[in-house]
Design a binder for this molecule. Structure first.
Ligand code: BGP
Length: 477
């Protein structure tokens, strides 16, 4: 077994279009769901407004203006030695409303230019098709992914992108963190994943299962179609991986944690194994959900299994059995408990490097597929010190500990890993809170939570550290 990372290991960084591009209404772009979300805070959720309302501040409208500055930013990525750059294609640049027949050429051209700029430096684009930025029009007119018609709209978008960039992009992902909607009581999770606005009196869990089914069918169709457009495409899923530990070794807690893992990660079962797990079918029957799932859909799921598992890793969770230990029905909103063995960030994210190795092993045993860590990182407040520098030793410490565990998973445990792209390689708008000052980057951007600042870029200490990590293929940490 090799004791180093493979030579062609994809070191890089990850972003999403809506969190850095800005230019929200430029060159024919339509309104996305990210454009109607206000700024929140560590304790105050973002507000989802009904369209763009006057007098409100929407941080994604300007973001960090990557749309106009991408050449300078890609140059900085190249200076760090990036082998790849993960971004998404804003659906609303290509299909402004989502239901048009013809794509918007100006939007397609923007990504041609961006990918060419990356390729100029030997940086391979890694592309997510849908990353929390679907057209708002599809939410208003069709009810988002509640509606089967969304499969056709998404497929039109996927087909146009696959065709257009078939010689520039090899690594694709269908839906970002598709499993986050298991937190169906959280309006933000439902909106970002499925474009679902809660309806009074409805069973939100049922609505989530139906929407998720349509998305999974669309994902499988896209995988199948992509391979006919370019047989070398590598098309993955993308799940938010937060392993869930039992709070104690009490058998009921063990069982609760097992059920919690099933409940959060069954999406990956469908995308990797091509079928629903038995427990979920039994669960949906027991709830008399009577979902619109056809035999043809089930065949489609089998034909569209993914080539690799893309996942984000930020933290681990813990859970404890409730009163009724026969049911084990896990509700993410109420059944997570604090783990006394790990520290949480200001935003309550429990930092746990070992959990990354644990999760990689769990997925490896279950799916036997290559993996790609497409997000990892620490959201923190950075301070520009008197010397004009940003000394972010805490970020280096976080990443170093996670890379050590990642390497152990590869070198000792035998996990096949394609690459590692830390999240928000340049500071950008936080998806969860809309804040700029929850920063992840190696590159600092001068902008605050109100959108004030020069947008000037500066290299943090972590920039030089990560450059060295890449140059030594992860040996010099
Ligand atoms: C993931 C998303 C990203 C990103 C990241 C950090 O959930 O895929 O879009 O933003 O988490 O989260 P946040 O921005 O809320 O700190």
């Amino acid at each position: 077994m090799s004791h180093t990372l493979p030579k062609n290991f994809l070191w890089g960084g990850a972003v999403a279009a809506h969190q850095l591009e800005g230019a929200w209404d430029v060159a024919g772009k339509g309104v996305s769901i990210a454009d109607i979300m206000t700024v929140g805070s560590a304790t105050q959720p973002r507000q989802i407004t009904d369209g763009v309302l006057p007098g409100k501040y929407y941080p994604n409208h300007k973001a960090i203006d990557f749309y106009d500055r991408y050449k300078d930013d890609v140059k900085l990525f190249a200076e760090m030695g990036f082998k790849c750059f993960r971004t998404s294609i804003a659906w609303t640049r290509i299909f402004p409303n989502g239901d048009e027949e013809e794509p918007n050429e100006a939007g397609l051209q923007f990504y041609d230019d961006l990918f060419d700029e990356c390729l100029k430096y030997g940086i391979e684009p890694v592309v997510t098709l849908s990353h929390f930025e679907m057209p708002f029009h599809l939410v208003k007119e069709y009810g988002g992914w509640r509606n089967r018609k969304l499969i056709d709209f998404f497929m039109r978008f996927a087909e146009v992108c696959f065709h257009r960039y078939r010689n520039k992009v090899k690594y694709w992902m269908t839906f970002n963190e598709i499993n986050n909607q298991t937190n169906y009581e959280n309006a933000f999770s439902l909106m970002t994943n499925s474009g679902i606005m809660p309806r009074p009196g409805e069973d939100a869990q049922k609505a989530m299962y139906q929407a998720a089914h349509y998305e999974l069918v669309a994902s499988a169709k896209a995988v199948e179609l992509g391979h006919t457009i370019n047989k070398d495409f590598q098309i993955g899923n993308m799940i938010a991986m937060c392993p869930i530990y039992p709070l104690t070794p009490q058998p009921e807690d063990m069982m609760a944690a097992e059920r919690a893992m099933e409940t959060r990660y069954w999406f990956a079962d469908v995308q990797c194994n091509g079928q629903y797990p038995n427990w979920l079918e039994a669960f949906q029957d027991a709830h008399h959900y009577d979902l619109d799932i056809t035999d043809e859909d089930l065949e489609q799921l089998k034909r569209g299994t993914v080539d690799y598992i893309g996942f984000s890793y930020y933290m681990s969770f813990a859970t404890k059995a409730g009163q009724d230990t026969t049911e084990y029905e896990f509700n993410e909103n109420t059944d997570l408990v604090k783990n006394p063995y790990v520290q949480a960030s200001e935003w309550g994210w429990q930092v746990d490097p070992v959990g990354l190795r644990y999760a990689m092993n769990w997925m490896n045993d279950r799916y036997h597929l290559p993996q790609f860590i497409v997000e990892n990182g620490l959201g923190a407040r950075d301070e520009v010190t008197a010397d004009g520098r940003i000394h972010d030793a805490y970020r280096v410490d976080y990443l170093r500990k996670h890379i050590e565990q990642m390497k152990a998973a590869v070198e000792i445990d035998g996990v096949q890993l394609l690459g590692y792209t830390p999240w928000g390689c340049i500071d950008l708008v936080s998806a969860g809170t809309g804040q700029m000052e929850k920063r992840y980057g190696f590159i600092y951007v001068d902008e605050n939570d109100q959108g004030e600042g020069t947008l000037q870029r500066s290299k943090k200490d972590s920039f030089y550290w990560f450059k060295q990590v890449i140059a030594t293929n992860g040996e010099d940490l």
